[in-house]
Design a protein around this ligand. Structure first.
Ligand code: ZN
Ligand code: ZN
Length: 92
């Protein structure tokens, strides 16, 4: 009587994103990721591997920062225009 063969590979570290065997930890969140799910970025002299999730989050936060900056400058211009209009109206 033979036991059915099961794949017991619990000692293999799995990629947290796709489940493939991981090659190393993410430099940002320390999650184990495979070669397909990490992006290599140059941080100073060292080459860092960042998981796709952190890479996406970083990109989004950067875009959000830019959008808020643009929104703030637009609001400032509108406020200045309103102030100028009011000042001209008061002078008249
Ligand atoms: Zn993966
Ligand atoms: Zn990460």
């Amino acid at each position: 009587m033979s036991l059915p063969l099961r794949e017991i590979d619990d000692d293999v570290v799995r990629c947290v994103l796709c489940g493939a065997p991981a090659v190393g930890p993410c430099a940002s969140c320390k999650a184990m990721v495979c070669g397909d799910c990490c992006v290599l970025t140059e941080g100073g002299v060292e080459l860092h591997a960042i998981c796709a999730r952190c890479d996406r989050n970083k990109g989004r936060s950067l875009r959000t920062a830019w959008r808020s900056l643009v929104t703030a400058s637009v609001l400032l211009i509108v406020a200045l225009a309103l102030f100028a209009a009011l000042a001209l109206a008061a002078l008249r």
